[in-house]
Ligand binder design. Structure first.
Ligand SMILES: *Cc1c(COP(=O)(O)O)cnc(C)c1O
Length: 405
């Protein structure tokens, strides 16, 4: 009884949750557009976007409507039965991308797990059981299941859990020669983020992605784009592959897809999809009607010229502010990324301190992210208003001033 009545505070986290996160000291309780309020009523400008998820801001009326009306209609069927919201969303994705087939999952991890299993299965059933090599990149991030974390190139996330899934090889990102050196006919897939998000907001070069496409074609390997973070309008194109003009064989998306409701998707061709049959893979919740109803509403808004076209002007506004901050405080060695996935790399004297900038920013009333120890990352709503950008960046400037001080 006593615990039920005790106030919920940040200390409760340390009492009841596994110590795998170090959340901020404040607890958000409410959000609207690009603003968030905490338990004490303090207000924040949100440039973190729930890690590139809340692409239409918090509690967008169209998403709230979709959630409410689906919530009063049908929540869950499992995949023993299909459902209308999933089929509608599937049709939209097929109509707007290279995909001929899609399958829904619940998180970026699960979409990638599905993609990697599909790539392996396709290669082993259509080519040879020995065609299992996966080429991936240093500092990549593909999720936290044991397969996806092993394909991701970061030992700090994948070590310590016993023997890893085999035949995965990592080479430097944006280094086509390094890929060529390990590519062969035993390669089943090359897995790449068109923009490395967690790895430091690093965009691939068009030549690199084109080169990967050619190498995959030469060796009958599948090109897999992990667009969990870069997808759904983040770059100003619906998917980054469309901007680069390089079409993958399999593409995964999640984060912004549900605008805050957990849902993910794997896109592929009919030919590749046909390697799977009933029972090859599955998920109890994947394509859940509630998730797909919200994602469908988000899709209809994001996939419009107004929203996609507005990304570059918003980016310019952010970059202008960051350049001004740098001119005043001399803190950034690089401002990079694409669209509204922006990374500001810290100068050598501030190396390793990205999280200090996060905390200082929160203290000034603006939520930002890091991408590794040296990069401050901004992944705001795609419809963030100019006034919110200006106010948030003024607060961020105040935080920088405190640190550089
Ligand atoms: C966030 C992310 C994932 C993992 O998604 P979850 O929903 O956290 O499982 C995978 N790949 C990329 C590129 C990501 O940014």
């Amino acid at each position: 009884m006593a615990t039920e009545q005790a106030a919920i505070t940040r200390a409760t986290f340390d009492e009841v949750i596994l110590p795998i996160y170090a959340p901020a000291e404040f607890i958000p309780v409410k959000g609207k557009g690009s603003r968030v309020w905490d338990q004490q009523g303090n207000e924040y400008v949100d440039f973190a976007g729930g890690i590139a998820v809340t692409a239409l801001g918090h509690c967008h009326p169209a998403l709230v409507d979709a959630l409410k009306s689906q919530g009063e209609t049908l929540w869950h069927t499992s995949n023993v039965f299909t459902n209308e919201p999933a089929l509608k969303l599937g049709r939209k994705l097929v109509a707007s991308t290279f995909a001929e087939r899609v399958v829904f999952m619940n998180s970026g991890t699960e979409a990638n797990e599905t993609a990697f299993k599909l790539a392996r299965y396709y290669a082993s059933t259509r080519h040879s059981p020995y065609k299992t090599k996966i080429i991936a990149f240093n500092n990549a991030f593909h999720g936290r299941s044991f397969f996806t974390v092993s394909v991701g190139g970061q030992a700090k996330y994948s070590d310590g859990f016993g023997p890893k899934p085999a035949d995965i090889i990592h080479v430097p990102f944006n280094d086509l020669h390094a890929v060529k050196a390990v590519m062969d006919d035993h390669t089943c897939a090359v897995v790449v983020e068109p923009i490395q998000g967690e790895g430091g907001v690093l965009a691939a070069t068009p030549e690199f992605l084109k080169g990967l496409r050619e190498l995959c074609d030469e060796h009958q390997a599948l090109l897999v784009f992990d667009e969990v973070q870069s997808g759904m309008g983040r770059t100003g194109s619906l998917f980054a592959y469309q901007y680069f003009g390089v079409t993958p064989d399999i593409l995964t998306s999640a984060k912004a897809l549900g605008g805050g409701f957990p849902v993910s998707v794997v896109l592929t061709t009919e030919e590749i999809a046909s390697a799977f049959h009933v029972g090859s893979h599955g998920s109890t919740y994947g394509g859940n009607p509630l998730a797909c109803a919200v994602a469908g509403a988000a899709f209809d808004i994001i996939n419009t010229p107004e929203v996609l076209g507005g990304v570059s002007t918003r980016r310019e506004r952010f970059v202008k502010h960051l350049k001004n901050i740098d001119a005043e405080f001399d803190v950034f060695s690089d401002v990079r990324g694409m669209g509204l996935l922006i990374g500001a790399e810290l100068k050598p004297q501030y190396k390793g301190r990205a999280r200090d900038f996060l905390h200082a920013a929160a203290h000034e009333g603006v939520m930002v992210l890091n991408a590794g120890p040296d990069v401050v990352r901004f992944a705001p709503s795609l419809v963030v208003e100019s006034a919110d950008i200006d106010e948030g960046m003024a607060r961020f400037a105040a935080a920088v001033k405190k640190i550089v001080g």
